[in-house]
Write a protein that binds this ligand. Sequence first.
Ligand code: SF4
Length: 331
Amino acid sequence: MSKTILRVEDLSVRFRTEEGVFNAVDNISFTLEEQKTLAIVGESGSGKSVTSLAIMQLLAENGHISSGEIYVDDENILNMSSSQVQHNILGKKISMIFQEPMTALNPILKIGDQITESIIEHQGTGKKEAYEIALDTLKQVGIPSPEQRIKQFPHELSGGMRQRVMIAMALVTRPKIMIADEPTTALDVTIEAQILNLIEQLKSTFKTSILFVTHDLNVVADIADDVIVMYCGQIIERGPVVDIFENPQHPYTKGLLATMPTLEDHKGELPTIQGGVPSITQRPGGCYFHPRCPHRMKKCETQSPGVYTVGQQQVKCFLFEGNKEERNDGK
Ligand code: SF4
């Protein structure tokens, strides 16, 4: 049986806005198993990126974790001081790659200096050894002519190459967990496929577990073992990737999958889910999805559904009320 490497329990994240304080992430729990890829899927405003930023403790100034626990290797990192998290967890046990590497890379430092800085800080090596590790990692992530690239600045590289550098930076400390937040969204499809292949390869080479945050279900089908679907800060469905794709249960997941283009859809419009995700300040009462749900019932407007088991999946929806109940978030 695989070991749990990351366990998030009852995590809530609040944001202060001009209109008041609101939950961006609402009491979510999940686990990531060793050497597995867990995808968090959702539209913009679903809370998927906030979840990953909360784990990395990189929330914006107006956001904070209001409750919950985050265990990395059975240690609750929310009980640690920020310097303990900084030195013992981030970069060492968890690394992150972002959507747009230009925002994460320092534009005025050469690639080599940025990577060696991270190695020296986390592994305490000398400069020469750090340089050799950096060079070797650039080779492993498929950077051509690494001896030349290591001396270049970020703006001298293509978007795909920059993302490879970000992955190299995330990997130099051999983290147990890599969080990838929409890492291929800014890339064209050919480069996207190369980066996804690379992430897959590195997962088995370095035995890294991956938390993959995306709005793109096509990507999920390619790389995930398990999937969490988020809507308005809540997990509304979860399960193994095959079950979610072949037999989605929640009306929202069904709607999302119906909007995915297939080879047969060479003409005609794709179906859409009516309406949009409400903003954090305008979430409705009851089930947050009810204004858009074709199956809504009277109680959906006022009551929040519990989470029910359907085969290998857990679904937050009243349609499955007769099934075994996992938890009742009843608000
Ligand atoms: Fe639709 Fe009701 Fe299920 Fe929400 S709880 S998804 S409104 S049927």
